[in-house]
Design a protein around this ligand. Structure first.
Ligand SMILES: NC(=O)c1ccc[n+]([C@@H]2O[C@H](COP(=O)([O-])OP(=O)(O)OC[C@H]3O[C@@H](n4cnc5c(N)ncnc54)[C@H](O)[C@@H]3O)[C@@H](O)[C@H]2O)c1
Length: 357
């Protein structure tokens, strides 16, 4: 979740091996890349653009002058104060959007209307109407839109996804997710403390949690019940959520997520996902890149490939564009995640189960 996370920073195995990969790619056209936002996530976007042989990083849009200047120097690219100036450039084909959530839809739509491909960070937008307008803009302009659900590119998550697809867990029966992390209020930007601007832990991190569940369980949520609260920090945005999600294939999943108030040193964070199947019980720790399988009543570690994340995600999207293949993450999937996130908020407001079928 933070830039200190290697999967977000982009120093993964694909980055280190980029030059060998480059030689194999031959004559593929190179896409010019523009980045919207020079905040926490954008270092990972820059690394991805610089490490992929089919990409050339051209510039970044960032209204904050100091941040813009630091970014352009560090990544040796141009700086733009307004996204409209960048969108006039013919040498930019792909925009990587790392913006406050309330700006995802309007600025992505501007980019799509300018004929650029777009990878926008999660969550897709703030409302389903915005999601639909983004998908429509991509279709109308004949360009690609993909939402960056990075968890699908984390090595440990991919390992277990493969096991599920090969039937090694049998049928999945239930899932249980927890993620407790320090809220980090001292370093949070103002937009994050305001739900009107898409702020709060639920949209920020719930997007990862629900994405993982939908992807691993391979089914869509049909009912949710949840409570989204701000009892710890009492900001205009949430800090803690509990939810239960029923999936179309009969699986139930529980989610417990909190941005707690740290007391003392040594507070880590971890997104833990446990799956109970008819044949096996497993657990993945996304950020530690560790996996476990229950053997005789206790978890035993399984071997996990080297860490991966945002570099592989951008690479997979670019490969799909260049080979005219389907995007690795569909817009239907991203919209389903958004629908479930909003439904948990609605359930919290009304105190009722929200059905999605
Ligand atoms: N994939 C991941 O694991 C991961 C990790 C962190 C953040 N994210 C996502 O990345 C996105 C950005 O989050 P962040 O934490 O980097 O936010 P941030 O607040 O650190 O950065 C956003 C940047 O956008 C800039 N900005 C504001 N208005 C702009 C405009 N009109 N044009 C261009 N830039 C503008 C801000 O000045 C800021 O520098 C969010 O969608 C978040 O959920 C994803």
């Amino acid at each position: 979740m933070s830039e200190s996370n290697p999967a977000i920073r982009g120093d993964s195995f694909a980055f280190q091996k980029a030059s060998a990969f480059q030689i194999q790619r031959g004559e593929m056209p190179v896409l010019g890349v523009g980045i919207f936002g020079a905040g926490r996530v954008s270092g990972g976007h820059a690394q991805a653009a610089k490490s992929h042989p089919g990409l050339k990083l051209i510039g970044v849009v960032e209204p904050d002058e100091e941040r813009r200047s630091r970014f352009t120097q560090r990544h040796e690219c141009e700086g733009f104060a307004s996204h409209r100036d960048m969108l006039e450039r013919d040498d930019i084909d792909l925009i990587l959007v790392g913006l406050p959530h309330w700006l995802h839809a309007p600025l992505s739509i501007d980019a799509l209307n300018a004929g650029k491909h777009v990878m926008v960070e999660k969550p897709m937008a703030c409302t389903l109407e915005e999601c639909d307008a983004m998908i429509d803009a991509a279709d109308r302009n004949g360009v690609r839109l993909m939402v960056g659900h990075t968890q699908q590119f984390f090595a440990v998550n991919r390992l277990f996804k493969g096991m599920i697809e090969r039937g090694e867990l049998g049928e999945i029966v239930l899932a249980h997710q927890t993620w407790f992390k320090p809220f980090g209020i001292e370093s949070r930007p103002p937009w994050f403390l305001d739900r009107e601007k898409g702020g709060g832990m639920w949209l920020m991190n719930g997007a990862h949690m629900v994405d993982l569940l939908v992807w691993l369980i391979q089914s869509r949520p049909v009912s949710v019940k949840g409570k989204v609260t701000n009892r710890i920090y009492q900001q205009k945005a949430d800090d803690s959520t509990s939810a239960i999600i029923e999936f179309e294939n009969g699986v139930y999943a529980t989610i417990a997520h909190s941005g707690f108030k740290p007391t003392g040193a040594g507070h880590g964070e971890e997104l833990s996902t446990e799956l109970v199947g008819t044949e096996a019980v497993v657990k993945m720790l996304s950020y530690q890149n560790k996996g476990f399988r229950m053997v005789g009543g206790a978890y035993e570690p399984v071997e996990v490939p080297e860490r991966s994340g945002i570099v592989e995600e951008v690479g997979a999207f670019v490969d799909a564009i260049q080979n005219d293949a389907p995007s690795p993450i569909s817009n239907d999937h991203a919209r389903i995640v958004m629908e479930a996130l909003l439904a948990v908020e609605e359930s919290s407001r009304t105190g009722r189960e929200v059905r999605l079928d």
